[in-house]
Each structure stands twice: as structure tokens, then as C-alpha cells.
Design a protein around this ligand. Structure first.
Ligand code: ZN
Length: 338
């Protein structure tokens, strides 16, 4: 396990007083609160926030701080660390700590140094919590889906990272006695990987929420499990492209279809739509179908079918002959040298 330099984490000196530590903690906790970070930087913020809370838990508790100062003096942050003999009568192994609090809260270093104190205290707060909770916690996750997948629908399996209220502190981030919750390190929520089977509904909308009953966290006391709420996010795929509120997709047309025009069936989020191709349509033309795009602020974007001239996969000898007879004129554009 790695040594944690809690003074370095909070940016204070080894002889910092309680006020100075509190001040540094408040400033850093505000800066790194995960709610203030979006996208990829959120995971970094979460890790930082946990570290800051762990440092606070040790440095603002006189007993823990004294023990830490006694054994931690000669180590550097991130250095490989083995608990010194005599650190405690019975060091708590990280596995034992994780069995009670789950993974992802306080570090292994914390578990080995202070685990025993925390394990002892936890019994009473767990009982108090169990008395409060009547059902398991709801969990939340984002389900990213290719537009083509959404259109195809059906039953599918997805591996998701779900976020649920922390079962140890009930989402408060602290235990009854104002100590930082070791299971979530003050975050109030825990993440886990979960595989779920989802039957995709018809007419999927971007941002739509699905509620999967009983797929949240099970209730420890045998009561009803929580629900899992999925927020659907539609993404571009090989066929359909997101363009702001609009969707764009290629529409291959045979030369005779482009020449004569006529109705073509298109697969959209709303099912099959009929597009009337005008006569003399050129390759590259963008044919619009109003209101069949994505939903934005209560309004629907449009669907653009981009015409590409194509030939059937197999051609008869006669068709090949007719194409040869088309010879004449010059095709221009793209990377082609004029
Ligand atoms: Zn917690």
C-alpha cells in the first residue's frame, strides 16, 4: 500500500493547528467537490475529494493524528508502506476493512492504521441507520446508446457504472459522530459496475429516463430493493450522426431513383417514415424531414437524409451494358483532380 501524507494533501505544515487545518480543508473540499466538475475531470475530482476527506478525518482527530505523527514521520507521500510493528495490537487488513465498508472509500493505508477504531464505532451507527431505512437505495446511471441501437430496440444487456446513495452513511457523507464516512470517504455516494438487461422502449428520446424496478440496491434488512434510474443519452454511430438537435444519415439511391424521384422508406426514432425524393436529385443533396430529429427544450430537431448515388450489389449483364452506354461527360468534385 502507499503511504498517504495527509499534511501534503491539505497543504499544511506538520505543526499546523486545528483552525489552519479546518480552513485548508474547507477551501480544498469546495474546490474539488465532484458536483463542480463535469465529464472526464469528475473522476479526478472524486479521487481528490476523497483524499482530502481522509486527511481531515485523521488530522482533526487528536487520537488519530498523534498515532499518525508517531509512525508517519519518516515516510513520503506515495511511498510503498508496510505498517510498522507495534503500530497496533491487531492491524486491520485492507480486505477486512473492505468487507465492512466496501471498496472505494478510505485508502488501504487508512484501513491498516486506523481500521480498528472505525470498525468498532461502526457497529452502533449501522444499527441506527438500519432502523431508519425501510427500503434499499435507488441507483442512477447513464445509458449511452447509438441512435441505430435505439431504433432497432429490443432487449439488450448493458454494463453500467451506477451511482447509489452510500449505504453506510445514508448519503450524508459523515457518520453520526461527525466523522467522515469511511465507505464513501465523505462523498455520500458509491459507484459500482453493474450489468443490467434493458428492454428498450419504442420511440426513444434523448435524455429520456427509464425506471428499472428493484434493480437499485438491495435492502440489507430484507425489505424492498431500490430502483435503478437510467438516463438515455443518444450517440452517433456508423449510420446515424448527431448534429446538434438534428440527426443526419446517408441515403443511398440508385441512379434511376435519383433521376425519377419517388417515395423511399427511412428508419427513424419514430419508426418508419416515408421520404419523397424529388426528381433530378443530385448526389450529396440533403433532404430534410421536419421534426424527426432529437428533442431540445421541448422542440424536435430535423432529420437529414444525405443522398449518395449507389448501385445494387449485383448487376445483371444487361445492367452493366446499360451503364457502359451512359459514358460521356466529366464527373467533378471532392479529391478528384479537375
Ligand atoms: Zn458514506
Amino acid at each position: 500500500m502507499k503511504f498517504q501524507d495527509y499534511y501534503e494533501v491539505l497543504g499544511v505544515s506538520r505543526d499546523a493547528g486545528e483552525d489552519e487545518i479546518k480552513k485548508a480543508y474547507t477551501r480544498l473540499a469546495l474546490k474539488w467537490h465532484p458536483d463542480r466538475h463535469q465529464g472526464a475531470s469528475r473522476a479526478d475530482a472524486e479521487a481528490k475529494f476523497k483524499q482530502i476527506n481522509e486527511a481531515k478525518e485523521v488530522l482533526l482527530d487528536p487520537v488519530k493524528r498523534r498515532k499518525y505523527d508517531q509512525f508517519g514521520r519518516h515516510w513520503e507521500h506515495g511511498q510503498d508502506f508496510t505498517p510498522p510493528p507495534g503500530a497496533r495490537a491487531r492491524p486491520v487488513a485492507p480486505e477486512e476493512f473492505a468487507a465492512v465498508f466496501g471498496e472505494g472509500g478510505f485508502s488501504d493505508f487508512f484501513a491498516s492504521m486506523f481500521g480498528e477504531d472505525v470498525l468498532g464505532r461502526f457497529g452502533s451507527s449501522r444499527a441506527a441507520r438500519a432502523a431508519r431505512a425501510r427500503r434499499g437505495h435507488d441507483a442512477h446511471a447513464e445509458l449511452r446508446l447509438g441512435i441505430g441501437q435505439a431504433i432497432a430496440g429490443g432487449k439488450r444487456s448493458f454494463e453500467l457504472s451506477t451511482t447509489a446513495s452510500c449505504p453506510s452513511c445514508g448519503g450524508a457523507g459523515t457518520l453520526d459522530d461527525d466523522h467522515v464516512c469511511p465507505a464513501c470517504a465523505g462523498l455520500g455516494s458509491v459507484r459500482k459496475r453493474q450489468t443490467v438487461e434493458v428492454t428498450l422502449p419504442h420511440a426513444i428520446r434523448d435524455g429520456m429516463k427509464l425506471r428499472l424496478r428493484g434493480l437499485g440496491d438491495p435492502d440489507d434488512d430484507g425489505g424492498e430493493a431500490g430502483d435503478l434510474y437510467l438516463t438515455l443519452v443518444l450517440e452517433s454511430d456508423d449510420t446515424y450522426r448527431r448534429r446538434g438537435p438534428d440527426i443526419e444519415a446517408d441515403l443511398p439511391l440508385a441512379p434511376w431513383e435519383a433521376l425519377e424521384g419517388g417515395p423511399v422508406e427511412i428508419r427513424t426514432l419514430d419508426g418508419t417514415a416515408t421520404l419523397n425524393v424529388p426528381p433530378d436529385t443530385a448526389s450529396g443533396a440533403r433532404l430534410r424531414m421536419r421534426g424527426l430529429g432529437l428533442e431540445r427544450d421541448g422542440r424536435r430537431g430535423d432529420f437529414y437524409a444525405v443522398v449518395r448515388l449507389a448501385l445494387p450489389e449485383t448487376l445483371s449483364e444487361r445492367q452493366k451494358q446499360l451503364i457502359r452506354e451512359m459514358k460521356g461527360g466529366m464527373v467533378r468534385g471532392g479529391a478528384r483532380k479537375a
